[in-house]
Design a protein around this ligand. Structure first.
Ligand code: C6P
Length: 418
C-alpha cells in the first residue's frame, strides 16, 4: 500500500532498522506490532551494542585499574551522560540507574518519602495512574500516616483541575504520569507543576510513556523527580532511570545498600558515596545501561520532534479509520483530540471481550495488549472490564493501521457484529 505522508515514508524506512519486524508469525503473517507502550522493539544498533559489550568490553566497573575495566567504566558513565543530555538534566550526577520506572518510583517513595512525610501531610496523584505510580504511594501513606488524594479525570480521561488549589493544601508530593498508558492523555504539566511548587510540594513525573515518544526537558518542566524505562525507548529490558534535582538527591538517604554505594565502611557503621553512586548498590546492569546509551543515540538521530510529529499524525489517522467501525459498535476511549494524547488508543468492539478480540487480531499477526493495562482503579471508575489497546512507535505506518482495521472487520464477522 502507498504510504501517504512524509513521516509515514520515513517510518517505513525506520522499520528496516528493527530486525524483528521482518519476521513472520508462525502462520506466515507479517508482524504488525502495535504494543510498544508495553515494550518497544530494538533497532540493530542497540542489539549490536549489547553484543559488542559482551564480546569486547565486559568487566566490572568502578573497581579494576586495568584497561578493560576502565573502558567498561567509561562507557557506562558515558551512557549516563547521553541520557542526562537527552532529558536536559543539569549534570549526569542527577541520573540514577534503576531497573525500570517502577524501581525509580519506589526509590523516591522509600528514600525521600519515608524521610519527608508525616501524619497530616498529603500525596496528590491522579485517577489515571499505572499501578507503579499508585501502589508505592498507597504503601507510603499507610506507613507515614499521610493522606492519598487524587486529581479526578472526566469521561475522556482529561484531568479536572478546577479544584487543584484546594487539592494541593498540605500536599508534600505530587506524583503524576506525563502520558497515560491506557488512554494516552497528556497531563497538563505546565499548569500542575508550577501550581504544585507554589503550594510547597515536590513533583515526581512518571515519564514511562513520554520520554520515549516526545522531547522531554526536565529543566524546562522544572520537575523534581522523573522516572522512565529503557525498554520502552528502543533500549533493553532491566534498565531504567530516575532523574532528581541534585539538592534533593543529596539530602536523601540511600535506598539499597552494599557495595559501590559506600565511601568507607567499619564493622558497625558506614558512610556513603556521592550521587549518583549513593543510589546504585551492587554491580550495575552495565551492558544494558550502555545499550540504552545506544538507544538514545538512535532516537536522537531520528529527532524527538519527528517522533512526536509522526506519532501524532499516525494517531490522528488511526482514530479516523477506527471511527469508520462505529456501525460495528467500536468504542474509542481517551481524549478525542490527537494534540492532547500520545500514540495509545484503547477501545472495545461491541460486547466482545478485549481478550477474545486480541486473540482474533493475533491470528492476523496484529499484536495489541488487552486487559486492565495495570490501571485497575481507572477501569473500575470508567466501568470497563477490559480494553484492547493499540500503541504506536517510530516504526509504525498507515499500513499497520490498515491491517488492524482489516483484522477488526474479521473479528466483527466472527462475532457476528456485522
Ligand atoms: N506500562 C504497559 O503496557 P516498568 O514496568 O517499570 O518498565 O514500567 C511501569 C510503568 C509505569 N508507568 C507507566 C505510565 C507505564 O506505562 C508503565 C508500564 C506497560 O502499559 C507495562 S504494564
Amino acid at each position: 500500500m502507498i504510504l501517504e505522508t512524509a513521516t509515514g515514508r520515513r517510518a517505513a524506512e525506520v522499520a528496516r532498522d528493527f530486525p524483528i519486524l521482518a519476521d513472520r508469525t508462525s502462520t506466515g503473517k507479517r508482524l504488525t506490532y502495535l504494543d510498544s507502550a508495553a515494550s518497544s522493539q530494538k533497532p540493530q544498533a542497540v542489539i549490536d551494542s549489547l553484543v559488542h559489550y559482551y564480546a569486547h568490553d565486559n568487566a566490572n566497573i568502578h573497581r579494576g585499574v586495568y584497561e578493560l575495566a576502565e573502558r567498561a567504566t567509561a562507557e557506562f558513565e558515558g551512557a549516563r551522560e547521553k541520557l542526562a543530555h537527552f532529558v536536559n538534566a543539569a549534570e549526569p550526577a542527577e541520573i540514577i540507574w534503576t531497573r525500570n520506572t517502577t524501581e525509580a518510583i519506589n526509590l523516591v517513595s522509600f528514600s525521600w518519602g519515608l524521610e519527608n512525610l508525616r501524619p497530616g501531610d498529603a500525596i496528590l496523584t491522579s485517577q489515571l495512574e499505572h499501578h507503579s505510580n499508585l501502589v508505592p504511594w498507597q504503601l507510603l501513606a499507610a506507613k507515614t500516616g499521610a493522606e492519598l488524594r487524587f486529581i479526578e479525570v472526566d469521561a475522556q480521561g482529561r484531568h479536572l483541575l478546577d479544584d487543584l488549589d484546594a487539592k494541593l493544601r498540605g500536599v508534600k508530593l505530587v506524583a503524576i504520569s506525563h502520558v497515560s498508558n491506557t488512554l494516552g492523555t497528556i497531563a497538563p504539566l505546565a499548569r500542575i507543576i508550577p501550581t504544585a511548587h507554589a503550594a510547597g510540594a515536590v513533583v515526581l513525573i512518571d515519564a514511562a510513556q513520554s520520554v520515549p515518544h516526545m522531547p522531554v526537558d526536565v529543566q524546562a518542566l522544572d520537575v523534581d523527580f522523573l522516572a522512565a524505562s529503557g525498554h520502552k525507548m528502543c533500549g533493553p529490558t532491566g534498565i531504567g532511570f530516575l532523574y532528581g534535582k541534585r539538592a534533593l538527591l543529596e539530602a536523601m538517604p540511600p535506598f539499597l545498600t552494599g557495595g559501590d554505594m559506600i565511601r568507607s565502611v567499619e564493622y558497625t557503621s558506614a558512610s556513603f558515596n556521592e550521587i549518583p553512586w549513593k543510589f546504585e548498590a551492587g554491580t550495575s546492569n552495565i551492558a544494558d545501561a550502555i545499550a540504552l546509551g545506544a538507544a538514545v543515540d538512535y532516537l536522537k538521530t531520528l529527532g524527538m520532534d519527528w517522533v512526536r510529529a509522526h506519532e501524532r499524525e499516525l494517531t490522528a489517522y488511526a482514530l479516523e479509520r477506527l471511527r469508520t467501525l462505529e456501525p460495528l459498535g467500536i468504542e474509542l476511549y481517551g481524549p478525542p483530540d490527537p494534540a492532547e494524547r500520545g500514540g495509545v488508543i484503547s477501545f472495545n468492539l461491541g460486547d466482545v471481550h478485549a481478550h477474545d478480540l486480541a486473540s482474533i487480531l493475533n491470528t492476523e499477526g496484529v499484536c495489541v495488549r488487552a486487559g486492565h493495562h495495570c490501571t485497575m482503579p481507572l477501569m473500575t471508575k470508567m466501568g470497563w472490564p477490559a480494553t484492547a489497546r493499540a500503541s504506536f512507535y517510530v516504526y509504525n505506518t498507515e499500513e499497520d493501521v490498515e491491517i488492524l482495521i482489516e483484522a477488526l472487520h474479521k473479528a466483527a464477522r466472527i462475532f457476528k457484529l456485522a
